[in-house]
Write a protein that binds this ligand. Structure first.
Ligand code: NCD
Length: 369
């Protein structure tokens, strides 16, 4: 995989691979020192032309947990305000030689354009109304954690489908994972011919009780040029997911940010059926998996655990692992981790691992420091 521009580019095995890799990274997030050296020396540039809380912070955290260097660029407060174009901004920042650019813009197709202007791997973090592939991947991950599998699940995506990049990516991803997807909302907010993506369409919530998962969308007024519903009050009366409409066994999802009292009532946001914070948590590990897949390749995932080093010692196999090839650090994986932790904590005594594995003197930094 060279870029991640759209869920359309991913078949089911590719989605499964990223989700499985995210599962392995979940273990890193539970450690006291939440870091692995997989992308040490690589640079990730976060280029955000739109407001973002979850997506931006989780991409930053994901890159940092993989030990990449991160540069955050927000269009507001930059030369974009002086009239610099997207192309010139990308070319300017490309002078720093980023390995990956994470891009969010209000323009559909911008990520694809940028992928033709520079050599970095491009990750689409939302392009206008078009797609938001990492959101769909983290939603697949969240549902897999909850149900084990998605095959045969009935998922209703409710609300402003017309202005939602999340809806488009999620319809594709959920279906690829075997779910039956229904989109529901006011006729003005359901794009014509959306059925061609393979989903069903409903204009009322009368059959919502048949859903296993209810996925609510925000009214994306910043992407609207006209008024599409009489009022938010009227919208809420017909389409709000609340305690009356959500049945006790249904799982409630939302990509955030939530407008409490509009698409969701406060009580359902705070109910145990809502997995909204689990979605945010999944965002970090899934984005780690995406960056790892793009920059280190999807090879030998066990290189991230101590198992490889143990295997190598047991079998006498001293070939470098994928990670070692990527970082140029050819010490056994356990030694690398110990050295990384020592560098991170400032503790320069030999770790048990280093002392027992190599009988070495204290590791003060590795060859790359
Ligand atoms: C979404 C987005 O920006 O597309 N949010 C997100 O990335 N978590 C959905 C939205 O803005 O409503």
């Amino acid at each position: 995989m060279r870029h991640l521009l759209s869920i359309e580019d991913l078949d089911r095995p590719a989605i499964e691979r990223i989700v499985a890799q995210a599962g392995r990274f979940a273990e890193v997030s539970d450690r006291e020192i939440k870091k692995v050296p997989a992308l040490r020396g690589r640079m990730v540039l976060n280029l955000f032309y739109e407001a973002s809380t979850r997506t931006r912070s989780s991409f930053e955290l994901a890159a940092k947990r993989l030990s990449a260097d991160v540069v955050n660029f927000a269009a507001s407060g930059s030369s974009v305000e002086k009239g610099e174009s997207l192309k010139d901004t990308v070319l300017t920042l490309s002078a720093h030689k980023p390995d990956a650019i994470v891009l969010r813009t209000p323009w559909a197709g911008a990520s694809e354009l940028v992928s033709g202007w520079c050599s970095a791997a491009i990750v689409n973090a939302g392009d206008g109304k078009h797609e938001h592939p990492t959101q769909a991947l983290l939603d697949v991950y969240t549902l897999r954690e909850r149900f084990g599998k998605i095959d045969g699940a009935s998922i209703w995506i409710v609300g402003d489908v017309a202005h939602s990049r999340v809806a488009r990516s999620n319809i594709l991803a959920f279906q690829r994972m075997g779910a039956n997807v229904t989109v529901a909302g006011p006729p003005t907010l359901i794009p014509r011919a959306i059925e061609e993506l393979g989903c069903q369409v409903r204009y009322t919530l009368d059959e919502l009780h048949g859903a296993d998962v209810v996925y609510a969308l925000r009214m994306q007024r910043e992407r609207m040029s006209e008024t599409w519903v009489p009022s938010l009050r009227e919208y809420a009366a017909w389409y709000q997911i609340n305690g009356r409409r959500l049945t006790p066994n249904q799982v409630l999802m939302h990509p955030g940010p939530v407008n409490r009292g509009v698409e969701l009532s406060g009580e359902v946001v705070d109910s145990p059926q809502a997995v909204i914070t689990a979605q945010v948590e999944a965002g970090v590990v899934v984005r780690m998996a995406v960056l790892y897949e793009l920059l280190a390749g999807a090879r030998e995932p066990r290189a991230l655990s101590g198992e490889i080093a143990a295997d190598q010692r047991a079998t006498g196999d001293h070939r470098p692992t994928a990670e070692q090839r990527a970082t140029g650090d050819h010490r056994p994986a356990a030694d690398q981790r110990a050295a990384a932790e020592q560098r991170a904590t400032g503790d320069h005594r030999p770790t048990a691992d280093v002392a027992s594995v190599s009988g070495a003197s204290p590791v003060v930094g590795g060859p790359l420091t």
